[in-house]
Design a binder for this molecule. Structure first.
Ligand code: PHB
Ligand code: FE
Length: 323
């Protein structure tokens, strides 16, 4: 059964969307969301950037807060769609609203909304300096940007039969802020018979050509250990509520993180990461990062599906290291 239906277009040319008891509408500047007992308004640039990640990442790990009020929590099959659930003020007045819905059906409604509400010239994955405006009445679309394939390596990008590296001629141009990154590739001399087992590439050159921001891609996978590098500029368009520990390695430039309690949003830490810095983000926080110029970040994810329950039942402590 589908929770979703798409309604007709409004005065601005945008379709209205319904997801069970949630209603979504956009005008020239805002996304408006209503649910029984509540309503919420989000600037449409912020909304579309968050929606893009929620769709592309299939709800990601844990909670994707679009802002302090609206978001989704992934239960890997079902998804909670909520208003005010992780907001101390809403909770104090018992004003939160949440529905647990079929993940595929939420995702297909969100994907349809993203495609209808994104105008020609706006790319929700691009840095604001590198894309046009999302605002105004409906004009055109940008399906090529929205339907980009995410890099998901089975073993490692560039290995025979795996996701191609897409460097040099077939790939994206070097980003304007990474023009100083050395583009030379390592030489690989494998023993006969091991040509498909030994592999190396210039990781910085690879990342310098990323045409998206705040979009960790799976570049290598060893069992549940996923290396997910990403290039960042401006701000992470979601406030991510972790359901497991994740490690960050700052590869270049600088990112400033606001770290808050996952349930209430109460501030817990400010983390300023400089090149070479390593941080473990605990399993019970939410965080949002700010990258004043384009930077390279390595996100190290543990893909073991039993982790959320182990943290929820306190069988694992939320921080991996005690100092
Ligand atoms: C995170 O929530 O940990 C995250 C998400 C996207 C990024 C970087 C970090 O690009
Ligand atoms: Fe996170």
């Amino acid at each position: 059964m589908s929770d979703a239906k798409a309604d007709g277009a409004n005065d601005y040319g945008y379709r209205r969307f319904t997801l069970s008891k949630f209603n979504f509408e956009r005008d020239e500047y805002f996304a408006h969301i209503t649910w029984p007992g509540g309503s919420h308004t989000i600037s449409v640039d912020r909304f579309l950037r968050a929606l893009m990640r929620d769709v592309a990442w299939n709800f990601f790990y844990g909670t994707v807060n679009f802002d302090e009020v609206f978001g989704t929590t992934n239960h890997y099959g079902t998804v909670d769609v909520f208003g005010g659930l992780y907001n101390a003020g809403y909770r104090a007045r018992n004003k939160q609203f949440v529905e647990t819905l079929n993940g595929d059906s939420v995702r297909s409604t969100f994907a349809a909304m993203l495609e209808d509400w994104t105008n020609e010239g706006f790319d929700p994955f691009a840095a604001p300096e590198e894309t046009g405006t999302p605002f105004g009445a409906k004009h055109g679309s940008n399906l090529a940007a929205l339907r980009r394939n995410r890099v998901v390596a089975q073993r490692m990008v560039g290995l025979k039969g795996d996701t191609p590296l897409r460097s040099d001629a077939n790939g994206n141009p070097v980003n304007r802020q990474f023009s100083d990154v050395d583009q030379s590739e390592p030489e690989v001399h494998a023993e006969p018979g091991f040509e498909n087992e030994v592999h190396a590439f210039n990781f910085f050159a690879y990342l310098s050509r990323s045409d998206v921001t705040w979009n960790p891609s799976i570049t290598s996978a060893v069992k549940n250990s996923l290396l997910c590098p990403t290039t960042e500029e401006y701000m992470l368009p979601i406030i991510h509520g972790n359901d497991r520990v994740e490690w960050f390695v700052q590869l270049s430039d600088e990112i400033h993180w606001d770290v808050q309690d996952r349930e209430t949003g109460a501030p817990r830490a400010r983390v300023v990461m400089k090149p070479g810095d390593v941080a473990a983000m605990p399993a019970n926080i939410r965080h949002q990062g700010y990258s004043p110029r384009r930077s390279m970040l390595l996100v190290w994810e543990h893909n073991d599906s039993s982790l959320p329950e182990l943290y929820a039942n306190k069988k694992l402590k939320p921080n991996p290291v005690d100092f």
